[in-house]
Design a protein around this ligand. Structure first.
Ligand SMILES: O=c1ccn([C@H]2C[C@H](O)[C@@H](CO)O2)c(=O)[nH]1
Ligand SMILES: [Zn+2]
Length: 136
């Protein structure tokens, strides 16, 4: 964890935040996922006139990661466009846990770039995951 460049990961999330499509909430979010290969996959939130059909930045970044052939998370950064640190929603916490264990660090950032590093386990304690399911 100590050799992860969180400043760079937050910067990647901040850069992709500019691409967010959020005309309804006007809350722009960027996410960046560092994977074991060292690659960084990014995503931004994509809203919809049918509000529940919108997608979070983290979810879009996960799709990019999977399309890129990576399936494990080394670290995550999420940045919003408000004064408070942007914490992933409940659904995204579950989606992140699918690809990263409880110890994976998550940098949660406010609009000004200020951030704190927590873990997936902090965000989703006692998570239900793939290990709960019987082998197929
Ligand atoms: O961690 C978060 C929190 C919110 N949003 C999006 C969903 C919606 O488009 C907007 C307002 O909730 O922000 C994200 O993408 N990630
Ligand atoms: Zn979400």
């Amino acid at each position: 964890m100590s050799n992860i460049d969180f400043d760079a990961l937050v910067a990647a999330a901040k850069a992709i935040r500019d691409r967010a499509y959020a005309p309804y909430s006007n809350y722009h979010v960027g996410a960046a996922l560092l994977t074991p290969s060292g690659q960084v996959f990014v995503g931004a939130n994509v809203e919809n006139a049918a509000y529940p059909q919108g997608a979070c930045a983290e979810t879009c970044a996960i799709g990019t990661m999977i399309a890129g052939g990576e399936r494990r998370l080394t670290a995550v950064a999420v940045i919003g466009s408000g004064p408070d640190l942007c914490t992933p929603c409940g659904g995204c916490r579950q989606r992140l846990f699918e690809f990263g264990d409880a110890s994976v660090p998550v940098a949660i950032a406010a609009a000004d770039g200020r951030y704190e590093v927590v873990t997936i386990g902090d965000l989703l304690p006692r998570a239900f995951g793939p290990n709960h399911l019987p082998d197929a």
